[in-house]
Design a protein around this ligand. Structure first.
Ligand SMILES: NC(=O)c1ccc[n+]([C@@H]2O[C@H](COP(=O)([O-])OP(=O)(O)OC[C@H]3O[C@@H](n4cnc5c(N)ncnc54)[C@H](OP(=O)(O)O)[C@@H]3O)[C@@H](O)[C@H]2O)c1
Length: 282
């Protein structure tokens, strides 16, 4: 499959490069999502059979003060990509986020549930979803959550860094979700791209790791697996104020993805072991 990927240095993009090294990867230097027309032109120039957009403005707090710029990257650019894909009849896999929901309740959000982002990042990603749906391109919008890998900036690496400096950490315990390994997202995206190229019907889907946990639970498992004696103290979100409000309930119901595409939820604890081993070897 002639596959074009937006993104090169991000967590998911790097895992896509491991799983599908034959694909063409466009980093910021080759395609800046701040220039949506350039992204569409890149698709027309490469004439791929499928496109995966693994690039995004992921600075959640900075989006609060730079919403316009974040919306171009997360909202307008995916729309331009999708229209170019529609012209070529190439499917687009667009990665989205649990932050499109308000995090109310305790039930896992289903793909069709009403969206109500709490902040600018979620609004910008939701704009991208709407633009992709309106484009006429065959697509999957794959919402995921709490992404981690051995590369880039993520919670696991932050915890291991802070845990090396302090014997105890206070970590938010009232946000519940599914940590999701970037390598599993990459594999899911490749399966979806191939399936859509072969005629499968797309739509909006959820994909996150299992079982559900809190950030504090995620931190404890990280220290346990890394063999570090760091005490994790549970705190509420209110004790850790950030510019952007985070959803308390980030649970995603992933059953439709399993039913439609045979893609099961990964156990994030097994993936964490691989990531920690990779970090130790680094
Ligand atoms: N990280 C999470 O916890 C999380 C949770 C839910 C959903 N998601 C979604 O999952 C997807 C992948 O996230 P990730 O964790 O792999 O992200 P990441 O590691 O933060 O990487 C983001 C990538 O986007 C690129 N990028 C940012 N602005 C760009 C621009 N203007 N032009 C071109 N490239 C640009 C970055 O390039 P540079 O390296 O050059 O900056 C980087 O390669 C995104 O759609 C994200 O919204 C992530």
């Amino acid at each position: 499959m002639k596959l074009l990927v937006f993104g090169q240095s991000g967590q998911v993009a790097r895992e896509l490069a491991r799983a599908a090294p034959e694909a063409v990867f466009l980093g910021r230097d080759q395609a800046d999502l701040s220039d949506p027309a350039a992204c569409a032109a890149a698709i027309r120039a490469h004439r791929p059979e499928a496109v995966i957009n693994a690039a995004a403005w992921t600075a959640v707090d900075r989006a609060e003060t730079e919403e316009e710029a974040a919306t171009v990257v997360n909202g307008v650019a995916p729309g331009a990509m999708a229209r170019a894909c529609a012209d070529l009849a190439a499917p687009l896999i667009q990665i989205s986020t649990d932050y499109v929901f308000d995090g109310a309740g305790t039930l896992p959000f289903r793909p069709g549930d009403p969206t109500a982002p709490l902040g600018a990042y979620g609004r910008s990603k939701l704009a991208g979803e709407a633009a992709v749906r309106a484009s006429g391109a065959r697509h999957v919008i794959l919402r995921t959550s709490w992404v981690f890998s051995a590369h880039g900036a993520n919670f696991v690496k932050t915890m291991l860094r802070l845990g090396a400096e302090r014997p105890a950490l206070r970590v938010v315990a009232d946000q519940i979700g599914g940590p999701t390994p970037a390598d599993a997202i990459a594999t899911a995206c490749l399966t979806l791209a191939r399936s859509l190229r072969d005629g499968a019907v797309g739509g909006t889907h959820h994909f996150s790791g299992a079982p559900e946990t809190s950030w504090a639970g995620f931190a404890r498992e990280t220290f346990a697996q890394a063999g570090r004696a760091v005490t994790v103290e549970d705190i509420p979100s209110s004790a850790y104020p950030t510019p952007a409000q985070r959803p308390l309930n980030s649970r995603l119901d992933c059953s439709a993805l399993a039913a439609d595409f045979g893609i099961a939820q990964p156990d994030w604890r097994a993936a964490l072991a691989r990531v920690i081993a990779e970090l130790k070897g680094a």
